[in-house]
Every structure is written in structure tokens, then in C-alpha cells.
Ligand binder design. Structure first.
Ligand code: NAP
Length: 280
């Protein structure tokens, strides 16, 4: 997959040490982004029980993979294991955590309170929620911090997270459930739209392969247009809609009672509730 080119290399001058816990899909996307942004591989250690060949190969560039000697204090530890693996995985971070270490977690649903309890008292912690377009450097991530995070550590967290896309900060951790429901899970809603459009095209008589190509390219192209246009989503929608035309006929259904807007509102409310329940 092609990664968006970073405009600068904010990690080139990074003089500390970094530890990544979990080099799966998200961890690997972050690694790729950090190197593209100038991180010296010798500054990095990766803790991962089953490193892929690509991760193992990083050892040749100077990355410490599962180092035996744990004799340095990291400037930042980045936690990218599955939330359910956190209790067994996080103790391995202990030797790398000192007074000035920033802990940055991208685990869904693991709260600042959980992280605080799993790390030494007083650790500076950032909890972040990215999404899967991270794989092409196009995540939108929302982060929140505990009171121990300094301005310098917040900047470091922004630099580490902007390696996979855009970063927003939330002043209130309570917002993270709605963030998870909207942007964390959001790519699934968009992929579902592409699937539904393809199925509907087939039902309307198109050959399946053509319907699938049309649906995928329409969703992807519209996303790109939204990204690059100065116009709002609403205006872009109105621009495709002539009164009494074909788009208007479809929008009468989509915007009618029980239509898309109502369904998406219900879906995101359900996901927000689930996120709150899972966090306990
Ligand atoms: N993917 C998303 O859409 C998304 C969006 C937002 C946030 N997140 C969060 O990002 C995190 C990572 O997700 P992912 O999709 O990258 O998952 P993933 O591909 O399963 O990556 C997790 C990695 O952690 C490794 N791991 C397991 N136990 C470990 C341990 N004790 N020590 C070190 N590493 C360990 C796993 O290795 P094995 O495979 O060998 O077990 C795997 O390589 C999750 O917490 C998730 O909530 C994901």
C-alpha cells in the first residue's frame, strides 16, 4: 500500500529511546510512519512475541527486537497490543519506564485509569484512538492525556501519532467512547456502504464485477473529493442533486423516515454505549 508522503521529518532529531509493545497491523503502520518521518532505527526497541519476517528484518537496520538487556529508560513507550492482551503484556514495559517516560496507548477501550493502574504511579499517559486508514498514513486519531503529561510530551505524542495521519486532542476522556463509535469504527460503516451499493447495483441488473468496481471507486473517489474540496459534505451532495432528478429520487429514500441519517445516528449511539460498557 502506498503511504502518503510526510511533509517533514519531525522525528529526525529525536534523541531519546522508544519502545513499541505489539508490532501487529497498527504497530507496523506506526513503525513505517516513524521511519518515514526520520526516526533513527537504533533508537527503537520492539517487544513482540511473534515478530513477522518484516519486523525481524528491522534488526539489520539497528532496531532491537525483544532485547535481552533492558537497561535504558525510554522517552516513550507505545502500547499497540490488543486490549485483551494488555494485562499479560504490559509488565514487560516495567524496565523501560522511568520518571520522564511517556506512555502512549492506542488500545481501544483501555482507559487512562486502567493504564495508570498498570504503570508506575505518576507516569505521564496519553490514550489515543486511531483508525485503520493508518495503514496508508490516513488515520484520524483522537488523543487525551492525564495531568502528568508535559507540553513537550504532548508534542512527542503528536509527532508519533501524526506518522499515521491527522491528530486531534480531546480535553475530556469521556469523549473517547463517541470518538471510538464515530471514527474508530467508522471505516467499517464506509466499507459497508461500498458493499451495499455493490449489492444494490447487482439487484438493479449490473454484472457483479462491474457493480463492485463502480461502488468501490465511487466511495473512494467521493472520499478523495471530500478531502481535497473546500466545500462541505452537504454542499458536495447538493451539487450532485438536480431537482426532480435521479439523485433526488434516491435521496428522498435515504433522507426519509428510517433513512440513512436516522440509522447512522442509532448505530453510532449503539457503538458509543458498547464502548462505555466495555470500558467498565
Ligand atoms: N485495527 C483497528 O481498526 C484499530 C483501530 C483503533 C485502535 N486499534 C487498537 O490498536 C491495537 C492493535 O490493533 P491491531 O489491529 O494492530 O492488532 P494486531 O494486528 O493483533 O496487533 C497486536 C500485536 O500485539 C502482539 N502481542 C500479543 N501479545 C503480546 C505481548 N504479550 N507482548 C507484545 N506483543 C504482543 C500480537 O502478536 P500475536 O499476533 O503473535 O499475538 C500482534 O502482533 C489494539 O489495541 C486495538 O484496539 C486498532
Amino acid at each position: 500500500m502506498k503511504r502518503a508522503k510526510p511533509t517533514d521529518k519531525p522525528l529526525r532529531g529525536f534523541s531519546g529511546r522508544l519502545v513499541l509493545l505489539g508490532a501487529g497491523k497498527m504497530g507496523s503502520a506506526m513503525l513505517e510512519g516513524w521511519f518515514a518521518r526520520g526516526l533513527d532505527p537504533r533508537k527503537l526497541a520492539v517487544l513482540e512475541p511473534h515478530p513477522t519476517k518484516a519486523i525481524q528484518a528491522l534488526a539489520r537496520r539497528g532496531v532491537a527486537i525483544n532485547p535481552r538487556k533492558k537497561n535504558f529508560e525510554a522517552s516513550a513507550i507505545v502500547i499497540a497490543v490488543k486490549p485483551q492482551n494488555a494485562p499479560e503484556a504490559m509488565p514487560a514495559l516495567g524496565p523501560f519506564v522511568g520518571k520522564s517516560t511517556l506512555a502512549l496507548s492506542i488500545m481501544a477501550g483501555r482507559t487512562l485509569a486502567f493504564l495508570q493502574a498498570a504503570l508506575p504511579a505518576g507516569t505521564a499517559i496519553v490514550r489515543a484512538m486511531p483508525n485503520t486508514p493508518a495503514a496508508i498514513g490516513r488515520s484520524i486519531t483522537v488523543a487525551c492525556a492525564n495531568p502528568m503529561v508535559s507540553a513537550r510530551q504532548r508534542k512527542l505524542a503528536s509527532n508519533l501519532l501524526s506518522a499515521i495521519g491527522k491528530v486531534e486532542w480531546a480535553g475530556d476522556e469521556m469523549l473517547m467512547d463517541a470518538v471510538t463509535a464515530l471514527s474508530g469504527s467508522g471505516p467499517a460503516y464506509v466499507f459497508l456502504l461500498a458493499e451495499a451499493m455493490a449489492s444494490a447495483g447487482i439487484a438493479a441488473g449490473l454484472p457483479p464485477a462491474l457493480a463492485t468496481r463502480l461502488a468501490h471507486d465511487t466511495v473512494a473517489g467521493s472520499g478523495e473529493l471530500l478531502q481535497h474540496s473546500q466545500l462541505s459534505a452537504g454542499t458536495l451532495r447538493e451539487n450532485v442533486t438536480s431537482p426532480g432528478g435521479t439523485t433526488a429520487a434516491a435521496l428522498d429514500v435515504l433522507l426519509g423516515p428510517g433513512g440513512l441519517e436516522e440509522l447512522i445516528t442509532k448505530a453510532i449511539a449503539a457503538a458509543t454505549r458498547r464502548s462505555r460498557d466495555l470500558a467498565g
